[in-house]
Design a protein around this ligand. Structure first.
Ligand code: CA
Length: 221
């Protein structure tokens, strides 16, 4: 279920939005000023934010700037008053994804919310691809140069870790904590053993040993 943060200081409009979005199957949280919006967006996990421009204390642009500055990529639809055309442009330039002019028809807002959430869903790809290796995370399938390879669960997770950090040297400690969690013996050579397994299945040159540091993905077979 998608979670929506509503930032709106007019209680009647906030209540109207909550009611409509809940009826459409969304979970909602509503806050009425800028600082509350920034704190709530930071402390919780939302899929989308509806953000009024005219807000007490910190306005909608300030909220947007803080949220993007904190690295949060959730889609934001700004709600602007009728004559704030320049505000709309400023909003889109400062990292909003869309805007609605008040007063608006609820169905149009709902349609735009759905479009944004769909766009987000396709962006969060479940397929990773690097150096001739393709991992389908949902189907748990691995392919190397178009040929499918059988991997154990640990091998799969380790390969996924490499693909998520393609141009990085991963230390044994990083690989241990990613693949085995924190419940491991730091003196264990299990990482080296598993890199060995992956080399056997994917090609010796795919994992480069960086002496004293760890391993990195390489595009040599
Ligand atoms: Ca307002």
């Amino acid at each position: 279920m998608n979670r929506i943060l509503i930032v709106e200081d007019e209680p009647r409009l906030a209540a109207f939005l909550e009611k409509g979005l809940r009826a459409a199957g969304f979970t909602t949280t509503a806050v009425g000023d800028g600082p509350a919006a920034i704190a709530t967006a930071r402390d919780d996990d939302f899929d989308l934010m509806l953000l009024d421009v005219g807000l007490p204390v910190v306005d909608g642009f300030g909220v947007l700037q803080a949220v993007r500055g904190a690295g949060q990529r959730l889609p934001v639809i700004m709600l602007t008053a009728r004559d704030e055309t320049s505000d709309k442009i400023a909003g889109l330039e400062s990292g909003a994804d869309d805007y609605m002019t008040k007063p608006f028809v609820f169905d149009e807002l709902l349609a735009r919310v759905r479009v944004r959430l769909r766009a987000e869903g396709t962006k969060a790809s479940t397929v990773l691809s690097e150096a001739g290796i393709t991992l389908d995370l949902r189907a748990r399938r691995a392919e190397v140069d178009g040929r499918s390879v059988e991997l154990s669960a640990r091998e799969f997770t380790m390969l996924e870790t490499f693909l998520r950090h393609p141009r990085q040297v991963l230390s044994r400690e990083q690989l241990l904590s990613h693949v085995w969690g924190y419940d491991f013996d730091p003196g264990s050579n299990v990482v080296d053993v598993y890199v060995g397994y992956l080399r056997k299945k994917l090609g010796k040159g795919r994992f480069q040993t960086v002496r004293g540091m760890g391993y990195s993905l390489s595009d040599q077979p």
